[in-house]
Design a protein around this ligand. Sequence first.
Ligand code: ADP
Ligand code: MG
Length: 609
Amino acid sequence: MNYFKKIMRFAWPYIKYAWLNVLFNILYAIFNVLSVLAFIPVLGILFGREDKITVKPVYSGFAGLYDYVQNSLNYSVSDMMESGGVEKALLFICLISFAMFFFKNLFRYLALYVLTFLRTGVVKDLRDALYRKIVSLPISYFSEKKKGDTMARLSNDVQEIEVSFLNTLEAIVREPLTIIFTLISMFAISAKLTLFAFILLPVSGILISSVSKRLQAKSLLAQQETGNFLSVIEETLTGLKVIKSFTAEKKMEDKFERSTSRLKQLMNSVLNRKNLASPMSEFLGSATIIAILYYGGRIVLLGEDEMKPQEFLGYIGLFYLILNPAKAISKAVFSVQKGNASAERIMTVLETENNIIDLPDASEKINFDHHIELKNISFKYKDEYVLKNFSLSIPKGTSVALVGQSGSGKSTLANLIPRFYDVNEGEILIDGINIRNIKIKSLRELMGLVTQESILFNDSVKNNIKLGIDAATDEAVLNAARIANADEFIKDLPNGYDDNIGDSGNMLSGGQRQRLSIARAVLKNPPIMILDEATSALDTESEQLVQLALEKMMENRTSVVIAHRLSTIQKADMIVVMQKGEIVEQGKHTDLLKKKGAYFKLVNMQSLG
Ligand SMILES: Nc1ncnc2c1ncn2[C@@H]1O[C@H](COP(=O)(O)OP(=O)(O)O)[C@@H](O)[C@H]1O
Ligand SMILES: [Mg+2]
């Protein structure tokens, strides 16, 4: 319930729809009851039991409202029977009933109509808030949590909220109102009989709900098992090659069949309870009504003034009106419980604290004029330090190559400079200013990043290159593509620069995609470039093209390069050799080779990164 309230805060902007919904539901509930009550005089006429009322009744306050309405109707009917006979009176009553049913359903529609705007509004705002949060959260958040899980929260859980919470909203106002208005009328017809029904109702209600509760518990288990067996299928399809080559088919089959057996057993139990639910509730409902028929019939037969036959029939009609709302309310309660789990999953994302944020006095804009300094930095993802007491100075306009075996912390270092993570100890300075004191946006505007996997978005070539730089002219885009050696293949695409990557992304080779990423960095034209194995996923031919593009881009720029190709490393102004998060050697290519130390070994093993 706690999370229900939190989600309901998203409904505030739409509160006027909620009030309109309440208003229309009140009108609906009134006409709902009236539509049944209007039949009572008709029945009276058909039975020939209606006492004629020839004096116009007077309104005598709320307590006598029911009698007043009935008497007024009777008066009109009597009047009409005087002037035009029974048939005219019957027609009159039928027209009134017709109008009642029309208004009842009109207001029911209007109540749902206004609720729709609240419903879709809340869903949109929830999704938007989640998306904004996801984009703003630091990268570290997503390496801990699975991406699929986050997607499930954005889609399934929001969907669940829409169905459960908002369906509940629909029931929460309408059904209790219907029950209240119906009960009032039932009391007005016969207080005795209503009290009697009140003793019976809870008994059958409890019996019915106990069946449905156990049904719900089992069906939840069945849902989980369905998820389980779907994941076996997914695992199998992605790993089909491995399963076949290790002839593990039998093992996977057993696993799958264990899951389907469990599902079968659960479904037997679920379906049979479901099969039981409807006959049982019909039987219990009928039993209740038969009891009421007996008890109410006796009241009528005894001929006391308590209740006339036509009123008794109207009463039974009202009783039916109460059954559905009662069911709907118990369903709504279960729905809220189910939705609460989703609400919790959504709220935990929304309430996650972002620890990489601007300090209140962070400086807006800085120019990079002198050097980047890493001063005694230590960093750990979890418990173990990945970088230990690491210090390095990179003067403006120079290039530094980081080399070392895989896992030595090169990528980690590259991620610390744009502040994707914060260092645990020490500081990173740009021109002497700690990067924590620079606005994150300003800091990242100084940098361009090209990583091993080229990340393209479902958009045109042009917009992919222009990412984040909306003001760029077509000419600038073309120029950037030329520098990145991408212009040639882009020109050959069916629609050139307007070709959609999403449609033809698969047609692009790894090297072509990487050159688009480089063009993007070139267009941004940042003073600092960070390249993390930008060419290592490519085949030799496209690697050379990309390599040339990279070299053109790095000219006169400060760059941190992680590469495995000797030719790239050789050209760096300084080479830093890392081992387990520490610097073991540092210097120029020729000097380091002469040392015959760690660098020499790496070069000989050709395992530079
Ligand atoms: N997101 C992460 N969460 C936890 N540990 C990580 C994460 N990324 C890398 N590591 C660990 O940090 C160490 C350094 O990794 P990395 O910087 O990627 O090395 P390199 O780029 O030199 O191959 C490795 O031991 C790796 O397992
Ligand atoms: Mg790496």
